[in-house]
Design a protein around this ligand. Sequence first.
Ligand code: UDP
Ligand code: MG
Length: 310
Amino acid sequence: MKLIIVIPCYNEELVLRETAKQLAVVLERIQQHKQADECEILFVNDGSKDNTWPIIEELSQQYAFVHGLKLAHNVGHQYALWAGYEWAADKCDAMVSIDADLQHDISTIETMLNKYHEGYEVVYGVRNDRATDGWFKKKTALGFYKLMTMMGVDIIPNHADYRLLSSRAAQALVSYPERNIFIRGMVRTLGFKECEVRFNVLDRFAGESKYTLRKMFNFAIDGITSFSVQPLRLITSLGLLMMVAAVIATIYVLVSYFTDHIVQGWTSILLSIWFIGGLQMMSIGVIGEYIGKIYKETKRRPRYIIEKTV
Ligand code: UDP
Ligand code: MG
């Protein structure tokens, strides 16, 4: 049985050597325990601006089992991971995707492999806690999972992209033709036998988070709009509510007219104009988000371009 570890890397020069070293130990142990006959590592360089690629080249010379994939420019974590999945899908029996920064406890790979041998084809790594994350990251992440569930997106709380996929599951995944990918949600729709394993989150070995607030925000918006039509339904509900309000308002105006009530000041009229204007603007914005998606899908651009492999 052959295992490939897929690792997207963006400006990770400070951690790569250590990651390879520590993984080598775990992979050695895995082979000793006959959990796998062959293990390899694939580093996907996501258009890094630092020395990440030279280091990957160096590692591929140093270790026979290290491969590198260099994307021509920064396409973001999800697409880099996808590139790795696509590369590995027909080259192994199972693959584990993991972050480069050693935050995901790498010894959990062995637990995942045990599950694989029990017949599970999708094994989710789920965080035990977020002790090492700052207050802000904790709150935003929690809010993210809550919002996703509210919007009807089926994801596993506290599961990032640390997971094992059998080659069959990975091949099914990369056969999805869509361009807006939200891998966490897509894996849930595969339907192969799946389970969860718990792992401890560790401190980032070195360097800082490559997920800026902006990237996280975009990720959340992408997740919702590529998986849910809930926002559109919300508009419909709002529209209905407005209709009810309008009917009540009409009755009020008519009654006022016939009972010779003094017409209320212009403030309320002005306010409602602003209110409706704002509401319409917001609704158009949400609809625009979906049109944007359709626009992107119809272009059918490649998700990434490989420059070279070693
Ligand atoms: N990453 C990537 N492309 C990007 C941003 C991040 O390939 O544009 C990789 C990064 O190198 C790491 C993983 O995605 O291996 C997770 O990123 P990070 O650890 O910075 O995120 P955090 O753990 O803070 O959420
Ligand atoms: Mg990290």
